[in-house]
Design a protein around this ligand. Sequence first.
Ligand SMILES: C[S@@+](CC[C@H](N)C(=O)[O-])C[C@H]1O[C@@H](n2cnc3c(N)ncnc32)[C@H](O)[C@@H]1O
Length: 223
Amino acid sequence: MVRDVQQPARVPPAVRADPTDDAAFDELLPRALQAKASVHFTPVAVARFAARLLAPEPGMSILDVGAGVGKFCITAALALPGAHFVGVERRPHLVQIAHRLARRWAVPNVRFVHGDAFSLDWSLYDAFYLFNPFAEHMFGDAMAIDETFELEPGAYILHVMAVRQRLSQARLGARLVTYHGFGAPPPPEYDLAGAGSVGSDRVELWIKTRELARERDAGESLA
Ligand SMILES: C[S@@+](CC[C@H](N)C(=O)[O-])C[C@H]1O[C@@H](n2cnc3c(N)ncnc32)[C@H](O)[C@@H]1O
């Protein structure tokens, strides 16, 4: 007697459904970056916590200033499928890795842009994520992601001032989430709206609650 036996579907080699933890994400990076991931890239638990603070409603768009290999954006986008995450990164090889990882997990609501964060129009975004993106300039070569970028402490100050100016000009209600800060307090238009200890530091939520014309005018000279 011939029995009709259903063959089990062929299961592709183990591909995790999503980056469930830091090891699952970091093991997909080039070896040199794996060693630096815990210092430079947002831990999964922090990304999930920060995502909920950044985008409490569906449809919101979030800019990750200095996206690295896309760890924050990809993890946050998988956690919040109704929000749109954009990561801007100045190192082209990191953007390539971010594209590859976003494809691997088929993340539809994330996009990566190669370039300087200050060449984008920040007024298009509802929220901003900053994991101390310019710290490399302060700590020098020993702490650098790699040697593809010239580091100078003077650039740190200019970048931090430029962030404050862009945040001042963001739309009313704009949300800012920081992890390890960004080198200065947010501009005076922002109020601290929440905080929690996750990973190795506080995650802070700031919301733009008012317009201050004088501060905006002063900031124009920092563009
Ligand atoms: C600390 S890493 C954070 C990576 C990512 N946000 C995360 O949390 O996983 C900071 C990144 O910012 C990038 N960066 C620094 N200054 C930048 C700028 N002006 N424009 C774009 N990217 C920048 C660096 O190359 C680095 O990859």
